[in-house]
Design a protein around this ligand. Structure first.
Ligand code: ZN
Length: 411
């Protein structure tokens, strides 16, 4: 998506706001001699921002509005080192709720829906984002937060929740639990708004069929408001994102040059109207592409394809770049395996090996299935993995993001 005149003007305002505040990025821009942008060319010369740099601004270095205007902070959990703190003004909080309301509306959710929110509340942006958007819309929120599956299902039945907001792994766990307990006829869910991790078509189908609901993918990250900056529509062909609040470009993660619409690359986001902590050309490390053309739903908002992985998920095995999504696509061709899988990479006797664990039920020949999957993977990525077939239910399920790739070479 070429940046528009209006967006250039908005980016220019963001830069001036940063520089005037002398915040972390304001100083960086000033040091680089940047005081504004007036053309598309100027824009593509702006430096990128990175999560690692944001950590350097800990605790409040990103704060770009006067303290009296800041009403809240959120933080993204760093698995290593310091967390990133994002300050929000009242307008930022409201803008986020407006975007989230649009997401619900895109999914056909109304004031009469009862929305069960299972993502966590607290420092991170998940639960509260789902909640504020739902309240903006006027729906009834059931603010459960994660875990406590017994209570979760009890409330789902008693409150007759019609919308489930959750991660895909937790939705799957709930679906399996509902089936196990034989309570499907007491569940009133119609839609699921699923966010925060990459998930395959197979898992999606399972959740959708077992719960009997329509699913919508929601996109977002704490550094840029939180979840709710984009969502899929009923035609399920990518996620519409709100280009009056954010500008998205796709870059080649190696050359850092923008790629044409339709090509896969890393999502880079620039905020257009943020006050508390504007970000310019923020590298998300999420892989996707802009889907060219207009969606069948007629929405004027552009579309991102589903997230295909992370640039840092890229595994270099035997000198070949491999993405987990490639393995997932192969597994999708085998109806006899479940949606769960695990990839383990190790280094033995001087060479890399990749083991893929898949689950199936007891009715198929494990050895034969393993051989057939290994052949397909080889034709896709160029070398033969070891495929281990295990019984259904053996691989770990989690209420949080499933860890599907384990690289034992660096442990
Ligand atoms: Zn659409």
């Amino acid at each position: 998506m070429q940046i528009s005149e209006k967006q250039i003007q908005q980016v220019n305002n963001q830069i001036q706001r940063l520089v005037a505040a002398g915040s972390f990025y304001g100083k960086k821009l000033a040091e680089a001699g940047i005081s504004g942008v007036s053309s598309c060319e100027d824009f593509t010369k702006l430096p990128f921002s990175e999560k690692n740099d944001l950590r350097e601004a800990y605790p409040l270095g990103l704060m770009t509005a006067p303290e009296e205007d800041i009403v809240r902070i959120h933080s993204s959990s760093g698995t290593t080192g310091l967390p990133v703190i994002i300050p929000y003004t009242a307008k930022d909080v409201d803008d986020w709720a407006i975007m989230f309301k649009r997401c619900y509306e895109m999914a056909g959710i109304t004031k009469l829906d009862r929305i069960q929110v299972t993502p966590g509340y607290g420092l991170w942006t998940a639960g509260i984002g789902f909640q504020n958007g739902a309240e903006k819309l006027g729906s009834m929120v059931i603010p459960m937060g994660p875990g406590n599956t017994d209570k979760q299902l009890q409330m789902m039945m008693d409150m007759k929740s019609t919308v489930l907001c959750s991660t895909s792994s937790y939705a799957l766990l709930l679906a399996e639990e509902i089936e196990k307990r034989g309570i499907k006829d007491k569940i009133h869910l119609k839609k699921g708004v699923i966010g925060s991790e990459r998930w395959g078509e197979k898992m999606r189908k399972r959740i959708s069929e077992e719960l009997g609901i329509e699913l919508y993918d929601i996109y977002g990250l704490t550094e840029i408001y939180g979840p709710g900056i984009g969502i899929s529509c009923k035609y399920d062909c990518g996620m519409h994102y709100w280009d009056d609040y954010i500008y998205i470009e796709i870059i080649d993660p190696v050359t850092l040059k923008p790629v044409p619409d339709g090509e896969m690359g890393e999502i880079v986001i620039t905020t257009l109207v943020k006050e508390g902590a504007p970000l310019i050309r923020y590298r998300t490390h999420d892989l996707s592409r802009i889907i060219p053309g207009v969606c069948e739903c007629g929405s004027p908002y552009p579309r991102l394809d589903v997230i295909m992985g992370r640039t840092d998920d890229m595994m270099k095995i035997k000198g070949v770049n491999v993405f987990p999504s490639q393995i997932e696509e192969v597994l999708r061709e085998f109806p006899e395996v479940s949606s769960e899988y695990q990839i383990r990479i190790s280094h033995l006797d001087g060479k890399d090996t990749m083991r893929i664990y898949v689950e199936t039920n007891g009715t198929v020949d494990f050895a034969d299935l393993s051989r057939r999957i290994a052949e397909k993977v080889k034709s896709r990525i160029g070398f033969t993995p070891l495929v281990k077939v295990v019984e259904l239910g053996v691989l770990p399920r989690s209420e949080k993001k499933s860890k599907r790739v384990i690289d034992e070479r660096y442990e």
